[in-house]
Design a binder for this molecule. Structure first.
Ligand code: M6R
Length: 610
């Protein structure tokens, strides 16, 4: 997730406006920034690694000349944060500059073709293929709009782009699966990833749809729809909507909190993550398979993802891993590990000191380190031998939600590749599992659409309770632990996550009439035995809240409150969907109890102390 902006200013230099717009987009990414303007037939660029204000202090963006320009604030996906990888990117002759948000899946093939055609690249980004492709297309047409239209059908993946030409009298922007909004002001015309970018200048917005391209000049905007071959049809410009949001509301996409926005962003985050290169997963699976011992290391929510992975690796790949809580890592198992060990570290921030500390220790002992992280250029990426990135974009809420979803999706995908190597899956079966996994984003959309209000009501009913159990069996133990952590950390409600079967060995002593127990109950192999645990708790007067399949009428009838989910295309990945109601439950419990879920007390987004 990055933030992009394009602007044509009617009077005066546009650079200060672009810089301030980027500042308002920083919640979308902040590891590097850049601005390009055009004046007198020349493109001028300033860009660097770091936050916009820091870079501005060093190189003063505001001195860029010209009344037309583009800007970018980056959340790295391809290539670490650096000056060269920062946007805008240009063609061989610096005639075309492009900013991009999204992922070009086939960039390696395109780059190879362009290199063979004599193009020269300066960055490691996927984006840089775009200006070079436009450079080639301009050999066939003199109009920038037509050149961009020729290029777009070649791009696989997702994009919102803005293109600036040295001539400096027009911008062309387009989108596919990444957001792009047009702003029509009295003193300027704008396009951006999100409304806050231009909100102080105009509230008149037009949201672009997939496969739409807009040609912007000082005289206005022309809208074109492209079919899959890139054939254009000119459309009348839609009537702008007048946005009523404040900047703060706009940054949260109209949601009251980042956490709720991020829960809703999970389908997109998973889709983007599953777009990552197949070869990364194959390589990871290969390394795991070639080691005698494999452990996972992680903290907090990331630990819960690794716990779910333990079950997925076992059931899908017939492969045993040992899950280690990072802060326990060096004390518990380290002495028995060495060169025969692969360590799979999972950390969204890549900066959790517990995880880094354990990894450093194990690396010293000769173990191979694989990392799954959301943050390009983070400390873990410098320690690891191999890295796979989740594509959640920046997560502003302290409570991990969309990053958990993307970790689960990555680990689920990995388990299928590993399954082929161990012989547990045929290629056909692996592909079927991956096809099922690709359906999960849509299911999350359905769950949120159908259940958010019911969950809000449930939190209202249980708001005054000060203790909860979250119980599940098998892989749902991981989901239950995550549900308990969420409600603890943001609603300050004491909750215990526990394996349901184990609850009768002690925790059940706490249960008395009215005690709320959330059962995570997908229709998998554990479901039959779980019913026994439900009955045990009911017999002691507990109130049963179950998260279960809509077809599970038995459990629905046994429950005081049932949140029912659609049938899943593969039950083996159930936490990806089953955690969503628990995130919403925690969110609404926090709101009803009067707490700000984005900034829970005593916590930090990245915990950098041992
Ligand atoms: O950045 P990491 O994934 O390494 O962070 C680990 C934990 O600190 C983190 O998951 C924490 O538990 C979250 N606040 C949970 O919502």
């Amino acid at each position: 997730m990055c933030g992009i902006i394009g602007a044509i200013h009617m009077k005066g230099n546009v650079a200060p406006l672009l810089r301030k717009s980027l500042k308002r987009l920083e919640y979308r990414g902040y590891d590097s920034s850049g601005i390009a303007t055009a004046a007198n037939g020349v493109i001028f660029i300033k860009k660097d690694k770091g936050k916009i204000d820091e870079i501005h202090q060093q190189i003063n963006f505001d001195t860029l000349p010209g009344s037309i320009g583009i800007g970018h604030t980056r959340w790295a996906t391809h290539g670490p944060p650096s000056k060269l990888n920062a946007h805008p990117h240009t063609d061989c002759y610096d005639r075309i500059a492009v900013v991009h948000n999204g992922i070009i899946e086939n960039y390696q093939e395109l780059r190879q073709i362009l290199l063979e055609g004599g193009h020269q690249f300066r960055s490691q980004t996927d984006t840089e293929v775009i200006p070079h492709l436009i450079e080639d297309a301009l050999n066939h047409t003199s109009r920038l709009e037509n050149a961009v239209a020729r290029v777009l059908p070649k791009l696989e993946g997702s994009y919102a782009i803005v293109v600036l030409e040295a001539k400096g009298n027009e911008l062309v922007c387009a989108r596919k699966e990444s957001p792009l909004v047009i702003g029509l002001g009295q003193r300027g015309i704008y396009c951006a990833s999100d409304v806050p970018a231009f909100l102080p200048m105009t509230r008149k917005t037009i949201v672009l749809e997939d496969n739409e391209l807009v040609h912007l000049t000082a005289n206005g905007a022309l809208l074109t729809r492209l079919d899959e071959n890139g054939s254009p049809t000119r459309l009348p410009l839609r009537i702008p909507t007048e946005v009523q949001w404040t900047i703060d509301m706009a940054q949260k996409g109209g949601y009251p909190h980042f956490m709720l926005k991020e829960i809703h962003e999970q389908p997109t985050a998973i889709r983007d993550t599953l777009r990552m290169k197949k070869s990364d997963f194959e390589n990871f699976a290969d390394v795991l398979h070639n080691h005698k011992k494999v452990i996972t290391v992680a903290a907090g929510t990331s630990y819960h993802a690794t716990l779910a992975a333990k079950y997925m690796f076992s059931q899908i790949s017939n492969f045993l891993v040992h899950d280690v809580i990072a802060s326990e890592g060096t004390d518990t198992v380290a002495s028995s590990l060495g060169e025969d060990t692969a360590v799979l570290a999972v950390t969204q921030s890549g900066e959790t000191v517990d995880t880094l500390h354990a990894v450093k220790h194990l690396k010293k002992q000769g173990s191979t380190v694989l990392a799954i992280t959301n943050t390009v250029g983070s400390s873990i990426t410098r320690m690891a031998d191999h890295v796979v990135y989740t594509q959640a974009g920046p997560e502003i809420g302290v409570a991990a939600t969309k990053t958990f979803a993307t970790q689960l999706a990555t680990l689920a995908s990995l388990s299928t590749y590993l399954g082929v190597l161990t012989g547990a899956q045929t290629i056909k079966e692996k592909n079927e599992l991956l096809a099922a996994l690709n359906q999960f984003p849509e299911l999350i959309e359905i769950i949120i659409r159908n259940q958010e209000n019911a969950i809000k009501d449930a939190s209202q009913e249980y708001i005054t309770r000060s203790n909860f159990f979250f119980l599940g069996r098998g892989i749902s133990t991981a989901t239950a632990l995550e549900g308990a952590l969420k409600i603890k950390e943001i609603a300050y409600v004491h909750a215990e996550g526990y394996p349901a079967g184990e609850s009768k060995h002690g925790p059940i002593a706490l249960v008395e009439p009215g005690f709320p127990i959330v059962f995570v109950a997908p229709n998998d192999k554990t479901r039959r035995h779980l019913e026994g645990n439900v009955m045990e708790m009911k017999a002691r007067g507990a109130q049963i809240i179950s998260i279960c399949s809509a077809q599970d009428t038995t459990l629905i009838n046994l429950s005081d409150h049932a949140i029912s989910l659609p049938p899943l295309p593969s039950i083996l990945f159930s936490p990806i969907c089953y955690v969503v109601p628990l995130q919403l439950l925690a969110y609404y419990a926090a709101i009803l109890r009067g707490h700000n879920p984005d900034q829970p007390r005593n916590l930090a987004k990245a915990v950098t102390v041992l």
